[in-house]
Design a protein around this ligand. Structure first.
Ligand code: PGA
Length: 267
């Protein structure tokens, strides 16, 4: 699968601005021929906007994703401030981002928290965009693969649990995307080279493949300061299946230019 996903984070400030962004996205994509689309487009608004965004994206080529779900319960319960996988799916989202570095940093998300979240998502048929990435110090210390392996152990443990529930590995791979996002590249304008990203994606694909023989190759996106200037270079690598875009996804023009770069390269 190829995908370009807009992670809107805690933006925009108002529903009016959300609708303006959606107006532009929908106007530019509604006339596109489905046969020419080789990249799944997705946007992840903040939770408060998810119902409205999902409703407007119904029957369009763009999917709606959440940015997070509750670890504590997949359904309902006394968990003030949380939104469950069931509620997110009911709001119309079909995917959720999990383990974003900002969640790991500001909410101290642990291995077990993330295993619970992944399992809660799958329980309600939400696809998971699982984010991993090393910090600047870890990158400088050449610890990248070791850090990623540790973070990917969440997926290993989730797969083991799902297999106990006899969930088909093929279905699992269709519902899982890994987003490699070096923490030092997020929102900084700094990016690793395409060669570095490609080698890292190869490592991620091999690592996930080793978790279960039946798993087809997992989709791996690159994220971190993807913009209209560097999108073509990333898209040209066969190891890079798409992009998770933060800042540049808040303007329809730049988001669609990035999406088009991947669409052209993956056709
Ligand atoms: P950025 O964010 O594109 O603004 O660097 C990417 C992300 O955090 O997903």
């Amino acid at each position: 699968m190829h995908a370009v996903i807009g992670n809107w984070k805690q933006n925009p400030a108002t529903i009016d601005e959300v609708n303006t962004l959606l107006d532009s996205l929908l106007a530019a994509t509604e006339d596109q021929d489905a046969n020419d689309q080789h990249c799944q487009l997705m946007v992840a608004p903040s939770c408060i906007h998810l119902t409205g965004v999902s409703a407007r994206l119904q029957n369009t080529s763009i999917l709606a994703a959440a940015q997070d779900i509750s670890a504590h319960s997949s359904s309902i319960g006394a968990y003030t401030g949380d939104c469950s996988a069931q509620q997110i799916a009911d709001a119309g989202a079909t995917w959720t981002i999990l383990g974003h570095s900002e969640r790991r940093q500001y909410h101290k998300e642990s291995h077990q928290t993330l295993v619970n979240k992944v399992n809660n998502a799958f329980e309600h048929n939400l696809g998971v965009v699982f984010c991993i990435g090393e910090t600047q110090t870890q990158y400088d210390d050449k610890q990248t693969f070791a850090v990623l392996d540790k973070q990917l152990a969440v997926i290993k443990d989730s797969i083991a649990k799902l297999k106990e529930q006899h969930i088909d590995s093929k279905k699992l791979s269709e519902d899982l995307i890994i987003a490699y996002e070096p923490v030092w590249a997020i929102g900084t304008g700094k990016v690793p080279t395409v060669e570095e990203v490609s080698a890292t994606h190869e490592h991620i694909k091999q690592t996930v493949a080793a978790f279960d023989k039946a798993l087809p190759a997992v989709t791996v996106l690159y994220g971190g300061s993807v913009n209209t200037d560097n999108a073509d270079d990333f898209a040209a690598s066969t190891m890079i299946d798409g992009a998770l875009v933060g800042g540049a996804s808040l303007k329809a023009d730049s988001f669609l230019a990035i999406a088009n770069a991947f669409n052209r390269a993956k056709s």
